[in-house]
Ligand binder design. Structure first.
Ligand SMILES: *[C@@H]1O[C@H](CO)[C@@H](O)[C@H](O)[C@H]1NC(C)=O
Ligand SMILES: *[C@@H]1O[C@H](CO)[C@@H](O)[C@H](O)[C@H]1NC(C)=O
Length: 492
């Protein structure tokens, strides 16, 4: 589990090379411009077009070798400086000296995090020594919401001397120097394990821990300084933090979706959507293309659900007589995970229908299977959608259309091999954004989540500074000013 990533050192070399060649490319291009020739350059004739392709794929695995690089079309393209800018930015991003998110983490007692994994602290240590043993997170469906575990591990290891490579976040010990304040509470695991009342308890442990957390946080200097706005709280399971969310909502939540939140408590502007960890197997070395996948459309899930679940039944009746459609009900059990892996790996399209929440881990299972997702969930919010265009590899269908007779099946049948293959290839390129692992690797889920947090930092600062404008009048000369949270904060 703890093996080092050999790509780190090589990738910084790549970056150096790439940046130099972009500069070369640009200067060359300016020469072209200044001689006022027509602005048509065949990229494929450029000496560094290969290099672009390499950098585009980053430190991709050998399995990506059969990918066509879609970003550099092999035909004459009109190049102008403005178009090239994002490409330069992208390359600069992999500069080893890039600015990384500085994160202060509270040293919460182990009962809030690794203690829940039956890890026993030694002495005053509240954190495990990751160099000797990494505590295991429970498997099965618990894993879907395990982002709390991966993000915390990543922070703990961020100051190891040999982890300097591709980092998106680093732990700092002085909170005044931090961009954000991280709350290492494993709230999803707490919900999964301890939300039932035990015979000897007055209150279940899930609620008790949340109450203690609220008490702890609201008494911290860091919280008072910002009203909690620069705090990161993980609540990936839709039912986690049910009690504390109403008290801690000025913070930035990391969530699966907004289905069970009022928009003032959580919303796209303030919070970050993180992927589920997929539970079915990654399709390694997938050469199973359009003609190798016999099932046209695959769905496996529970049927009788509240709200959005009615759609599932309607779709079932619309699709049940199609021969190459697999549509079955039942949740994924242990044996079911293997079956579902086989099913998704041999299907062209995988259905994602809203259940009792807008999101589900089925989408991430489909991505790991390179089974083109068909999303029927009007309220769904997707991870890192500000930097990732899901329409390149998913099909979105409005619920009102999906339940029209023949609409869905005709739409799916109209997508031919060429278009499907384009999406399949794109899936293989972007699947790394959804992999959770330790140690984290460049552009995996852990780092993509940190980067999504980093993109929120300027707006957090803006709100913070604005809220300080008149704070002197309220509380005449006292140094410790408690910032009140405007009532409409975060409203859409
Ligand atoms: C923490 O950082 C602030 C701002 O850079 C600095 O003024 C302060 O002295 C630092 N505190 C400690 C304990 O190093
Ligand atoms: C995938 O392909 C690579 C390179 O061809 C090979 O080294 C690796 O063992 C393969 N993995 C699996 C699981 O087949």
């Amino acid at each position: 589990m703890a093996e080092r990533n050999p790509h780190f050192r090589r990738s910084s070399l790549f970056c150096m090379l790439a940046i130099t060649s972009v500069l070369f490319f640009l200067s060359w291009f300016f020469v072209l411009r200044s001689t006022s020739r027509p602005h048509f350059v065949d990229l494929s004739t450029l000496p560094n077009s290969k290099l672009f392709a390499v950098v585009e794929n980053g430190n991709s695995q050998p399995r990506n070798q059969d990918n066509v690089d879609l970003s550099i079309p092999n035909m004459p393209v009109s190049v102008d400086y403005e178009k090239e800018a994002p490409q330069v930015e992208k390359l600069m991003k992999c500069n080893p000296n890039k600015v990384v998110l500085k994160v202060f983490m509270y040293d919460l007692p182990p009962e809030f995090h690794f203690g829940l994994l039956n890890w026993k602290p030694e002495g005053d240590n509240v954190w495990p020594d990751l160099k000797t043993k990494i505590p295991d997170y429970p498997g099965g469906l618990n894993l879907q919401h395990s982002i709390e575990y991966w993000l915390t591990l990543d922070l703990l290891s961020s100051t190891f001397p040999d982890s300097a490579g591709a980092r998106s976040a680093v732990r700092v010990h002085n909170s005044s120097e931090a961009d954000v304040i991280f709350v290492p509470f494993f709230s999803s695991l707490t919900y999964n394990r301890y939300s039932r009342l035990q015979p000897h308890e007055k209150k279940n442990r899930n609620q008790l821990l949340q109450e203690n957390l609220v008490m702890f946080l609201t008494s911290q200097e860091e919280w008072k300084r910002s009203g909690g706005r620069d705090h990161i709280i993980m609540a990936h399971h839709p039912n986690s933090m049910l009690y504390a969310r109403m008290k801690l909502w000025p913070a930035m939540f990391i969530l699966a979706d907004f289905g069970r939140y009022p928009p003032t408590i959580a919303n796209v502007e303030k919070d970050v959507i993180a992927p589920y960890k997929h539970v079915i197997k990654t399709f390694v070395n997938d050469s199973s293309g359009f003609d190798d996948r016999p099932t046209l459309l695959y769905f496996q899930g529970a049927i009788y659900r509240k709200d959005g679940g009615i759609v599932r039944q309607e779709l079932f009746y619309l699709l049940k007589d199609e021969k190459d459609v697999h549509f079955s009900f039942g949740s994924v059990s242990r044996d079911g995970i293997n079956k579902a892996s086989q099913g998704m790996h041999s299907s062209k399209f995988c259905l994602n229908i809203a259940g009792d929440t807008p999101s589900s881990n089925r989408l991430f299972d489909a991505i790991a299977s390179h089974c083109v997702p068909v999303i029927i969930s009007d309220e769904i919010e997707l991870p890192y959608e500000d930097v990732l265009d899901y329409s390149e590899f998913c099909i979105f269908v409005r619920t009102s259309d999906a339940v029209k007779k023949n609409f869905l099946i005709e739409l799916i049948r109209s997508i031919k091999k060429e278009e499907w293959t384009r999406r399949w290839k794109r899936l293989k390129e972007i699947e790394k954004f959804f992999e959770f692992q330790y140690p984290s690797q460049e552009e995996d889920a852990v780092q993509m989540i940190w980067q999504a947090v980093a993109r929120k930092v300027p707006s957090v600062r803006l709100k913070l500074h604005k809220s300080k404008r008149f704070s002197r009048h309220k509380d005449s000369r006292r140094k410790r000013e408690i910032i009140t949270v405007p009532r409409n904060f975060g409203e859409r």
